[in-house]
Design a protein around this ligand. Structure first.
Ligand SMILES: [Zn+2]
Length: 418
């Protein structure tokens, strides 16, 4: 601790890296504003960003010369004479693909630079982990198929985003562990880029659902919200100040592995008492085997087993119901923890298991409200978005769009500097 009165040479206040999330260059802010608006006049941009119309004109001129945006005449207001000019992203400037890899199938979309979907497709796969080589082969096949549908060659893609379940480091492009891969510590982004021949960005699949909601869905106008996914495991994507929050080592937000029981059920991560060990597929399946009087040797596939358990619950089987109900109560506890920690404006529940409505029955959600600290203020709303893999792939495309536009904006800066 410095003595009072000594000279303060090291400064004070947060040391923010230039061009970081908090201090993005004006060029980037202008471009992102145009993309978010769809079409926007220059005068509106200057007003929104709090800068002079001259600065906006300089920036937009650079972006037009770089081929990233274009002017469009919008119809004039009745009797107001000349048509107004608005700016929009040039949709044909780049094309990207987004893929969601999962245990059952891989899904892909192709979108243009303005985010319009051009094509989608899916390929089934053998359940269980695959080798990196086999995984990349199926990625390549799927890309060829979806690009053919979009009427482009795979070589025309400016970037590809890939969503993978498991522990994924987006910045390093590494998959530490995934249920879709045999190997651990896989540099998936660079390996896929080498195979496909264009830049590849990867992320945890739950982050990509959050990104899809942020770019195309209910989260567009929200600064802080959570997306909780229930599939083979339990995941969470969290948007903080309009950005995906990943943590210092990009491995945060592992809601599925937060502990809800001391010395509790064994989780596939190797630890005990994780939320996932009470809510995910394998947790339900473990109990379903007993409830449906099956032994492990005659156990059907996970999907068949869960479907059967659900049908029994629907038909009034109290044991089957209680299994879902118990999983729902644990989910309520997990969601209440999210609210108590982060106070999000909205929680979106997503993923394939949302078809099992017992998980989020009214009584379950009411229980969650009881576990949230009582401040007298309204609790965040919970929405169910059971949109499926296509939405997740759309999030992967948004990841690719973000990376491609960052590179293109760097290019525009260099062009302008010459
Ligand atoms: Zn765990």
């Amino acid at each position: 601790m410095r003595k009072a009165g000594t000279e303060q040479r090291s400064g004070c206040g947060p040391l923010i890296t230039p061009w970081s999330e908090q201090m993005r260059p004006l060029r980037q802010q202008v471009f992102e504003r145009i993309r978010a608006h769809g079409l926007v006049p220059r005068v509106q941009l200057a007003k929104d960003l709090g800068v002079s119309p001259a600065s906006v004109t300089t920036m937009t001129q650079e972006l037009i010369e770089a081929g990233l945006i274009a002017e469009t005449a919008t119809p004039a207001a009745a009797g107001r004479g000349r048509p107004a000019v608005a700016l929009g992203v040039r949709a044909g400037a780049h094309v990207v693909a987004g893929l969601k890899l999962s245990d059952r199938e891989h899904t892909a979309v192709v979108v243009d630079f303005a985010g319009n979907m051009l094509a989608d497709d899916a390929v089934a796969r053998e359940p269980g982990p695959a080798t990196l080589d086999a995984l990349l082969t199926s990625v390549e096949e799927l890309l060829a198929k979806v690009c053919a549908k979009a009427g482009i060659a795979p070589a025309a893609l400016s970037g590809v985003g890939i969503g993978v379940p498991g522990f994924v480091d987006h910045a390093e492009g590494m998959v530490h562990w995934s249920s879709t891969l045999v190997e651990r510590e896989v540099p998936l982004a660079s390996a896929a880029a080498a195979r496909i021949g264009c830049p590849v960005a990867i992320d945890n699949d739950a982050n990509l659902v959050a990104l899809a909601e942020l770019w195309f869905g209910a989260g567009r106008a929200l600064a802080d919200f959570a997306v909780v996914t229930i599939e083979h495991g339990v995941g969470m994507g969290f948007v903080m100040n309009h950005r995906i929050y990943r943590g210092a080592q990009r491995l945060g937000m592992e809601l599925g592995h937060t502990k809800v029981q001391l010395d509790g059920a064994l989780c596939r991560c190797g630890q005990r008492g994780c939320l996932e060990a009470y809510v995910a597929d394998y947790a339900l399946a473990r109990e379903a085997l007993t409830a449906l009087n099956l032994n492990h040797r005659q156990s059907p596939s996970m999907t068949v087993l869960l479907e059967s358990l659900y049908q029994h619950a629907k038909a009034g089987n109290t044991t089957a119901r209680s299994i879902f109900r118990r999983a729902g109560r644990y989910l309520a506890m997990g969601l209440a923890n999210v609210v108590n920690l982060f106070d999000p404006a909205l929680i979106i529940l997503s993923g394939e298991r949302m078809k099992y409505d017992y998980l989020y029955a009214a009584e379950t959600l009411a229980e969650m409200q009881d576990l949230v600290i009582n401040s007298g203020r309204p609790r965040p709303p919970i929405e169910i978005h059971a949109w499926g893999d296509l939405l997740w792939a759309h999030g992967a495309a948004a990841l690719a769009l973000g990376e491609v536009s960052d590179r293109a904006l760097d290019g525009a800066r260099e062009m302008a500097a010459q």
